[in-house]
Design a protein around this ligand. Sequence first.
Ligand SMILES: *Cc1c(COP(=O)(O)O)cnc(C)c1O
Length: 356
Amino acid sequence: MSHMFVPGPVDVAPEVLQAMAQPLVPHRSKEYEAIHRRAAEKSQKLFFTDFRVLIGTHTGSGMQEAGVRNLAQKDILSCVNGAFSQRWYDVAVTNGKNPVRFDVEWGKAVSPDALSDQLKKKHFEAVTIVHNETSTGVESPLKELCRVVKEVSPDTMILVDAVSSLGGAKIEMDAWGVDFLLTSSQKCLALPPGLSLVGVTDRALEKAKTVQNRGWYFDLLRMEKHRIKNSTAMTPAVSLVYALDFQLDRMFAEGIENRFLRHSSMSQRVYNWALENGMTPFAEEGARSKTVATINNDRGLDIPLLNAFLMKKYQMRIANGYGDLKGQTFRIATMGETSMENIDALLHAIEEFMHQ
Ligand SMILES: *Cc1c(COP(=O)(O)O)cnc(C)c1O
């Protein structure tokens, strides 16, 4: 039974937690290398890529840092339409890059036409895009955005944060032409926090060779050197890699297309329920997230009180709005192991709170 309707960390299946309880093996051993290799190769299916998937034993924000450190010496276009895309901009600034901020109103998707205009103003080595803004529940049209970058500025690296969507909504890395596609373990993959995965193209590694001051821990070329040996430069979080290996099999057993459909049906259910109950989705039509439904708090619910009620009576928890949107919106995650039954039970419980 799922209780955590928050966009990470999400509920983890007991058998996945159990997979972490296996005895540890040294990371420089044939046993570990076999598991690492299996997990990395299976991950490629989730990314729809034939390129490598690197496993990082740090969270997704670390991969945001790796992306901007390795794939641009200076000039980055940062698309900002929420808190996590703003973080990525901040990561670029604090790493000494020269990002240009392309602000989009919160609640709106990054539009391909507007991106095209930005790209025509000057040449950028890289563009950063958050596919699914967890702070606002907005999904941007990534396929079209990639198409525009390829048209206007084909050598610009396309960096995408899909922390709250990869594995929960379809993202075709190779077909769409993403160069650097990152995610974290604690959201759609329904694993404990602490791992991140990134798909990296060959041309991104070529670009990295030309960039100075890539650092040590997040140097993509060092990561790749060790990946070829089915390991990492430093001690990996071995137990989490056991869990990843195990969880990927569970995801393929469900079928990833089935998983995507389950997530989009659940989010649609939440949007419909909100509209039936006099509340509107925060995201504009056509850009509504499939994995985290963000609802305007049009009925003025006291969200902390609602959560206290849900916790006490049903051991459930939803997420308040993010940052400035706290109190104005609330968020219901429809990712990971959550089922339609869980969503129905939650919505009934919220109605009970509203009518008490
Ligand atoms: C959660 C989240 C992050 C931060 O990920 P960490 O794994 O906590 O570093 C970044 N981007 C998006 C879109 C997120 O939802």
